[in-house]
Design a binder for this molecule. Structure first.
Ligand code: SF4
Ligand code: SF4
Length: 244
């Protein structure tokens, strides 16, 4: 999140009253802001004048960019949430966690096997899991994060991949993890291993790849490449959309 102040207004420590509705007071990195009741944390911050250039993405709970930590008055518990999915509440003290620094591994998936050894060779920290469950409690997706890590240790890559299927990569579990496990990357790897080595091959995809390689769509692609931006937009808007 950028707290850069806009040239005209800047963040508004006291605001909201002009709307005439009920307001609540939230604290962002220790500073108080008055905002209308009923907004998500993300909208409350924008209402307060923050320009969100980092720590915001899809606004729909899928991209994992708007992770926050907060504490309610009188509570010992440090809570985690996605700002776009969580209502701002009166007295909330919060801080944005737009990014959890962690080293990105490099590996060649062709040289790996779907087993514990392959994962642990790249992520040795997995074996340090204390089974404290702090990761599960931190997960805004409600995933059984600890169980996924334990499944890897047991060598059950399919279970780990399925348990971590809905991970959105927010990094909140890693921030709480005393074993300093890089869950986002660990889960990415187990899903890749599962998809590559354990799931049945998707025949229709293989066939489509062959068609592409044989040049079946080259002419159509060339036509598309020559269209203007406006023409592309029109084409996109008039496309057939699969019924839900
Ligand atoms: S498993 Fe971790 S990184 Fe993935 S969504 Fe849950 S808290 Fe975020
Ligand atoms: S927070 Fe870390 S150490 Fe604790 S259960 Fe989760 S993965 Fe294991």
């Amino acid at each position: 999140m950028s707290s850069k102040e806009s040239p005209e207004t800047g963040p508004r420590p006291v605001s909201g009253k002009e709307e005439g509705g009920k307001t609540i007071r939230i604290y962002v990195m220790g500073r108080a802001y008055e905002v209308p009741e009923g907004l998500t944390i993300l909208k409350a911050l924008e209402y307060a004048g923050f320009r969100l250039t980092r720590g915001v993405g899809c606004r729909g709970g899928f991209c994992g960019a708007c992770a926050v930590m907060y504490r309610m008055p009188g509570e010992y518990k440090l809570r985690t949430a996605l700002a776009c999915q969580t209502l701002a509440r009166d007295g909330m003290h919060l801080v944005f966690i737009p990014y959890a620094p962690m080293k990105k591994p490099r590996y060649d998936i062709e040289k790996l096997r779907p087993d514990a050894g392959s994962v642990i060779a790249i992520f040795p920290e997995v074996t340090r899991c204390l089974a404290c469950n702090a990761c599960t409690k931190a997960c805004p997706q409600g995933l059984q994060v600890m169980d996924a890590i334990q499944a890897i240790i047991r060598g059950d890559i399919a279970a780990a991949a399925n348990l971590a299927f809905d991970c959105i990569g927010c990094g909140l579990c890693s921030i709480r993890c005393p074993a300093e496990i890089r869950h986002v990357y660990v889960f990415q790897l187990v899903r890749r291993l599962y998809g590559k080595y354990m799931l049945p091959k998707a025949k229709h995809v293989e066939e489509r790849i062959k068609e592409i390689e044989a040049g079946k769509y080259d002419e159509e692609m060339e036509k598309l490449m020559k269209l203007s931006l406006e023409e592309l937009k029109r084409l996109y808007m008039s496309r057939d959309i699969e019924k839900a």
